[in-house]
Design a protein around this ligand. Sequence first.
Ligand code: ADP
Ligand code: MG
Length: 341
Amino acid sequence: MLTLESATVRFGERVAVDGVDLEVADHEIVCVLGPSGSGKSSLLRLVAGLQEPDGGRVLLDGADQDGVPVHRRGLGLMFQDHQLFPHRDVGANVAFGLRMHGVGRDEQDRRVAELLDLVGLPGAERRAVAALSGGEQQRVALARALAPRPRLLMLDEPLGQLDRSLRERLVVELRALFGRLGTTVLAVTHDQGEAFALADRVVVMREGRVAQVGTPLEVWQRPASAFVARFLGFDNVVEATVDGERALTDWGEVPVPAGSRQGACDLLVRPAGVRIGGPGKGLGCVVGARTFRGSHVAVTLRPEHGPVLEAECSLRGTPDEGERIGVTFDPSECVVLPALF
Ligand code: ADP
Ligand code: MG
């Protein structure tokens, strides 16, 4: 459905999108994930036709979009700063794109009612936009974007303004809704939780380039690089030299799974793989801050050598702050990272 070939966007010296190749299949939900400034919005604007490419091509259903204006690309856009019309009611907001496409009045009304049903706001046509909650406004914006039946729906940080619990609920609803409608979606967000909950496939971006592509599970289980691992919130990453099933690191020797890449690399140790035992066994550490995370406690450890370590402890098995303990590593939670970018 969507193909990007070496897509490039420059702002002066700055390369915002740097030779990105990307495909989105029919009915697929792809989420571009990256820190602020990594080029996500520029990428979306390029696909939408709001941004001229400085190199490469954008194809929709195989057709080069060079010179095709925004409103002829058949896209639905929902951007973070894409405000609703405050002085029009909900119905008029949702009908906006239909009116632009010259859809008749009766058909508009029918379609608006159907969409408001879909987004969980049945009968809200005559309500004032200003009287809606943030989450309700987001649903109206979504209904408006979906109304003209876009071949590709594009979302830029769609839930960024909402509080966490609402965001978590909406994202699950959105995924179910897109699945039911068979909507093809390209979304961008800096929030990994949102991306992982929404996407069939995640594209991690760094400085305008693709750092990793995979299913949420693949990216989570096998981050491609130290950058991706850290971005996902894994801080136990060290330089290592792998020799057979051992990695030599600043923490000492860490066991790694058989078949791991050999030689100089970055090594990720998941917090669940940091085993805490009595002092004198393994790497000596002093217990630092402990943070309650609901299902477990995240414990900061200061090792006798090497960078700070984070361990995941059960609620009952958490050592006390200041306690001296020994750490060993579970090889099944140690990941030799394949890429250096
Ligand atoms: P993201 O959406 O991931 O935060 P953006 O695509 O907005 O990233 O920005 C990528 C880079 O391009 C940033 O360094 C940003 O400062 C720069 N940039 C974006 N838009 C413009 C613009 N209109 N003019 C100049 N620089 C821009
Ligand atoms: Mg952005």
